[in-house]
Design a binder for this molecule. Structure first.
Ligand code: C2O
Ligand code: CU
Length: 471
């Protein structure tokens, strides 16, 4: 039965001609991909309009002291924008910053012209200007938005927010929480250290701050009632810091990564939440407990950070019962790694460039500060499977992010991994090689870059062009 279906789909995918040729690994991967996620969402016709303004302001953040920040609508994090799957989002964005900016919708599959990349998908939004972003998300899930101009400065100053695309029928969690993890590097005066892209940040893993916050505040205490079942949407918006959340004794399961549901829930353990990554966690509290419950970050084993405390008290409430929404069709792609490699991206650094150190992909550092024609690294065909390889030739970490498409990690250092989910960002460790598989669904010129924003600023960016398939 399974074999029959496979062969049937391959015949269609392979299209014209040579029906007797054996299916290639790429054909098999594409056949297995069928139904993993949709070409498009069925539009409901509803348009949700939001006004978003980026401007300097002051807010009581971190431990409550006034902090000079740049903020969307006067908030850090910016407002959580919510739409339901099938709805169209329209954002009238106004730039009241002293610099150019744009908004990139991280993780959202959308038309290329709405992707918010200066000089590639749009002109920068100049100070005082307005730009309207409008698109209909194809996937329900947790996404985010941030500038794509001088991001290492603008994101660090506080410009980021979460975009939630709710399922057509959301699972009836007791409640939902959005937690944005960030860290802040402050100077002597307690303000955001104004030296961006320092030589140290560039030589290392970007700018790591000292004050770690959830939604802008330290000392987070989560109060829950026994019986509650909570959907926690977690985003790492830091410039460079990787978190590895440890939920300790809590009953915590990952149901979505980078927006998309898993094949099946997995324990929330050992996930490297790199800059840009999101996790949706199913948190269940079945009884009261007086034991201290804490959530820690253990990415640096020697220097763990306490992220939050959890207090469970009050009367027992009924636990909503439903089957986990984490039941997506995620292909196993067992032999996808045998498909020919469409491109091997080599990640490295060299001396020179505007910051003294340039971060390169295939020996080239990209300069986003003005328009210049740069050939895409690779052209992929829309709707076809592609196998990409990355070689990190450097001793630093690089969370690589693709715009406009999800991918699945196939192998690390040649050893197959079976993650039951897609991603849009994956952490590549020092000197590591990885293989990923991708089926791009949208044509256009899409950025691919390191999400350590200092590395990106110093050149570690390129483009992938997605073209219509040859018949
Ligand atoms: Cu959050 Cu170009 O990325
Ligand atoms: Cu990097």
């Amino acid at each position: 039965m399974k074999l029959w279906r496979l062969i049937g789909t391959v015949a269609i995918a392979a299209g014209c001609g040579n029906g007797s040729a054996p299916a290639s690994a790429a054909d098999r991967a594409l056949a297995e991909f069928a139904g993993a996620y949709p070409e498009a969402a069925a539009p409901t016709g509803v348009v949700r309009t939001f006004e978003l303004t980026a401007a300097p302001t002051e807010l009581p953040l971190i431990d409550g002291k006034q902090l000079a920040v740049w903020a969307y609508n006067g908030q850090v994090p910016g407002p959580t924008l919510r739409v339901r799957l099938g709805e169209t989002i329209r954002v009238r964005f106004t730039n009241k910053l002293p610099q150019d900016t744009t908004i990139h919708w991280h993780g959202v599959r959308l038309p290329n012209a709405m992707d918010g990349v200066p000089y590639i998908t749009q002109q920068p939004v100049r100070p005082g200007e307005t730009f309207v972003y409008e698109f209909t998300p194809k996937d329900a899930g947790t996404f985010w938005f941030h500038p794509h101009v001088r991001a290492s400065e603008q994101v660090e100053r506080g410009l980021y927010g979460v975009l939630v695309v709710e399922d057509a029928k959301p699972a009836p969690y007791s409640r939902e929480l959005v937690w944005v993890l960030d860290d802040w590097l402050l100077d002597q005066t307690g303000q955001i250290a104004p030296d961006f892209n320092t030589r140290h940040d560039l030589a290392m893993d970007g700018r790591w701050g000292t004050a770690i916050t959830i939604n802008g505040k330290t000392n987070t205490l989560l109060r829950v009632q026994p019986g509650e079942r909570i959907r926690l949407r977690l985003l790492n918006s830091a410039n460079g810091r990787v978190f590895k959340p440890d939920f300790g004794e809590l009953d915590a399961k990952i149901i979505a990564v980078d927006g998309l549901y898993l094949r099946t829930p997995i324990p929330a353990r050992d996930f490297e939440l790199a800059p840009g990554n999101r996790l949706d966690i199913d948190l269940a509290f079945d009884r009261s407990t007086s034991a201290p419950l804490e959530i820690w970050d253990r990415f640096l084993a020697q220097r763990p950070n306490k992220l939050a405390s959890v207090a469970v008290d009050g009367p027992l409430v009924a636990t909503p019962a439903f089957t986990s929404p984490a039941a997506a069709r995620v292909p196993a792609w067992e032999d996808a790694v045998n498909a020919p490699v469409a491109h091997d991206f080599r990640l490295n650094a060299q001396q020179g460039g505007p910051f003294g150190i340039a971060w390169t992909i295939d020996g080239v550092a990209m300069d986003m500060s003005h328009h210049h024609a740069m050939a895409p690294s690779v052209a992929l065909e829309r709707g076809r499977f592609a196998h990409l390889h990355f070689t990190n030739e450097s001793p630093r970490i690089h969370p690589i992010h693709t715009h406009g498409m999800f991918f699945r990690l196939l192998a690390r250092n040649g050893v197959r991994v079976d993650e039951p989910f897609f991603r849009d960002t994956v952490l590549i460790h020092p000197r590591e090689e990885i293989d990923v598989g991708v089926v791009p669904t949208d044509a256009g010129t899409w950025m691919m870059h390191c999400h350590i924003l200092e590395h990106a600023e110093a050149g570690m960016m390129t483009t992938i062009s997605v073209v219509e398939p040859t018949p």
